[in-house]
Design a protein around this ligand. Structure first.
Ligand SMILES: NC(=O)C1=CN([C@@H]2O[C@H](COP(=O)(O)OP(=O)(O)OC[C@H]3O[C@@H](n4cnc5c(N)ncnc54)[C@H](O)[C@@H]3O)[C@@H](O)[C@H]2O)C=CC1
Ligand SMILES: CC(=O)C(=O)O
Ligand SMILES: [Mg+2]
Length: 616
């Protein structure tokens, strides 16, 4: 065992059969252990299930088929989302097997855009709680929070936590307590995309009130019915929560999601040196966007160090992309000043300059000298494009239609293959539709979007010399540039190594690794996707994780020391610890006392608190 520190002995994932102390109805009610009609005759006998299930024993595939039929009968996206969430409450293995077998179809149902709708309707759709609800009004002390957290498991039981305060959800603003939906959805992706064990994760919402008037006036609203608490009371609440997480789950990774502009970066800066933590909207969005930029630059022969980037919407996500761009240039040997020189930030007031009023801390490093812009129009996007001549245009503004035909055509005048990434979610808020961008640029642009879009037929496509390919039936696959393509792999790497921190070199490693997997790079084809498809994400996550894990070890941040050095062995080591989306695990009956003893002896915890299961 490791000599690194006292946490290195804590078990990671279960191997072999799951030891299960539940029987009868309690077993059927446990989403981790339940197999429904797939319980074998022997298991029915052993676990007191006789008479509690119909006679037939079905396979997981048969169950998936039936569940898919039921899913398909729901006529609306929201109805399908509700169906899937109920299934998750009943049987985790079936839920993830179904999702994985239909990942292309179901991804937008369990994630953006449908999950956004479900969050807006949270209080109406509510059936049973999922996750941990911490509310500021009942917050009395750090120990009271710790005692709530302990209901979800003890030291070593939880690997990954998604924490939100619901203020800036998925581009739809303040959703109060409904924000729990984004914590749950991001954790579903952790399992689906990177095999993190779902019972070893914890979604948390911090209910600090809401400034959303329609929620405050809605009699059905389930959260605290007052405006958001801010300043010192909020800060001490957050600090108590983070410190309680740290003491209760000392090896857990903390993922901040959808915090408001005034808090997201501030909290990351405070806590990134105290525990392994991650802000998805800043770092995840920055990282996935940077991977798309790397890939696009590579196929369109633009040197990153020469690239000019115009970021439209300089909030949490926009400045996260800017920072990631600068970090990438620093790893190529540029000085900070030079690297920042390639970034222009535009917000509601136009180009951000030294003349701009009250720039945020995150925007300050990128302010352009106002004297250089005297007498010029710094508000109209097409005018800015005409001055700056960007190679890359990124939208994180929630301003639909902001990338106008004029602006996009102007961009195409200065660069043969404009790289245009309208990232705002949900779909109705996108800065420009990909089919329009492609049409306005004669399919020369390289495009990726924040949410899902169908492939776009390429009409009589031409090659770079302008020769028409009359019979070309190809479609332009618009990659989804969403942090969900990268955060699960980063999280998996941190979990498996029990990394002490998440540092910029780890993110830069993930970015490079992901960009190498982009179809456009692999096929050296400007019309292929800028990022891998979600249907490939599990394999991609393993590849990215292998590189990040090596970096974690190299940087001396790992807290386990049995990590294989050989790349192939390391890949097997990673895969071997992932949740299997294609099979049920064997169950071994044990009594509850034995489970407790085994956990005290340091057995491998298969379930978070209350699951009464260990693995041997
Ligand atoms: N694809 C992805 O992976 C991600 C996408 N996003 C999306 O990015 C968008 C922004 O999210 P956050 O940065 O978290 O929000 P935010 O509120 O922190 O930032 C939005 C920024 O856009 C600015 N803005 C608003 N209207 C504008 C306009 N007309 N012109 C220029 N700037 C304008 C705001 O002043 C603010 O600075 C959302 O739609 C969100 O869904 C966010 C995170 C990840
Ligand atoms: C994708 C994401 O994290 C967001 O839109 O907030
Ligand atoms: Mg987010």
């Amino acid at each position: 065992m490791s000599t690194h520190d006292k946490y290195s002995h804590l078990p990671l994932y279960a191997k072999g059969p799951l030891k299960c102390a539940l029987k009868g109805q309690a077993l059927l009610d446990s989403p981790l252990f339940n197999k429904g009609s797939a319980f074998t005759k022997e298991e029915r006998e052993k676990f007191g299930l006789n008479g509690m299930l119909p006679a037939a024993v079905h396979t997981l595939d048969q169950q998936v088929e039936r569940a898919y039929q039921q899913y398909s009968e729901r006529s609306t996206a929201l109805g399908k989302n509700t169906f899937l969430n109920s299934l998750k409450d009943q049987n985790l293995t079936l839920f993830f097997a179904l999702l994985w077998q239909h990942v292309g179809e179901m991804y937008p149902i369990i994630y953006t855009p449908t999950e956004g709708e479900a969050i807006e309707q949270y209080s109406r759709l509510f059936r049973r709680p999922d996750g941990c609800f911490l509310n500021i009004d009942e917050h009395t002390s750090r120990s009271s929070i710790a005692s709530i957290l302990k209901q979800f498991g003890g030291e070593g039981d939880i690997d990954y936590i998604v924490l939100t305060d619901g203020e800036e959800i998925l581009g739809i603003g303040d959703q109060g307590v409904g924000g729990i939906g984004i914590s749950v959805a991001k954790l579903v992706l952790m399992t689906l995309c990177a095999g993190v064990w779902p019972n070893r994760t914890l979604p948390i919402v911090l209910d600090c009130g809401t400034d959303n008037k329609s929620l405050l006036n809605d009699a059905a609203y389930l959260g605290l019915r007052h405006p958001r608490v801010r300043s010192s009371r909020y800060n001490s609440f957050i600090d108590d929560v983070v410190q309680s997480i740290k003491s209760t789950f000392p090896t857990a990774i903390l993922h901040f999601e959808d915090f408001g502009l005034g808090n997201a970066r501030r909290l990351l800066e405070i806590y990134s040196e105290q525990l392994p933590c991650f802000n998805d909207d800043i770092q995840g969005t920055g990282a996935v966007t940077m991977a798309a930029i790397h890939a696009a630059c590579q196929v369109s022969n633009v040197e990153l160090k020469d690239a000019r980037v115009l970021i439209f919407g300089a909030g949490t996500a926009g400045t996260g992309v800017a920072d990631q761009f600068v970090d990438a240039l620093l790893t190529e040997g540029l000085e900070v000043g030079e690297a920042r020189g390639g970034v222009w930030l535009v917000d509601k007031s136009g180009l951000l300059t030294t003349f701009s009023e009250e720039p945020t801390e995150a925007q300050k490093p990128y302010l352009r000298k106002s004297v250089e812009w005297e007498g010029k129009d710094t508000t109209a996007l097409e005018k800015l494009i005409s001055e700056i001549k960007p190679h890359i245009l990124i939208g994180c503004s929630t301003s639909p239609g902001a990338f106008t035909e004029k602006a996009v055509r102007e961009m195409a005048k200065h660069t043969p293959h404009p790289i245009i990434l309208p990232l705002s979610n949900p779909t109705r808020l996108i800065e420009a539709k990909p089919e329009d961008i492609l049409k306005w640029t004669d399919f020369k642009a390289l495009v990726a979007t924040g949410g899902p879009f169908d492939p776009i037929p390429i009409p009589n496509s031409s090659d770079d010399d302008g020769n028409l390919n009359e019979n070309d039936e190809r479609k332009y696959v618009v990659a989804e540039c969403n942090n969900a393509t990268i955060f699960p792999a980063i999280g998996l790497s941190l979990i498996l190594t029990r990394s002490k921190l998440l540092t910029p070199p780890l993110l830069a490693t993930a970015v490079k690794a992901l960009s190498l997997e982009a179809p456009c790079v692999k096929q050296n084809d400007k019309k292929a996707a800028l990022l891998p498809d979600i249907t490939d994400v599990r394999d991609i996550s393993v590849k990215v994780a292998v590189k990040v894990i090596r970096k974690i070890v190299g940087e001396g941040l790992a807290r386990v020391d049995d990590i294989p050095e050989d790349e192939e062995e390391l890949e097997g080591w990673v895969r071997g610890q992932m949740w299997d989306v294609s099979t049920y695990r064997d169950l071994e009956a044990v009594d509850a006392e034995r489970v407790k003893e085994a956990l005290e002896e340091g057995g491998e915890a298969a379930g978070s608190g209350g699951c009464l299961g260990i693995a041997g």
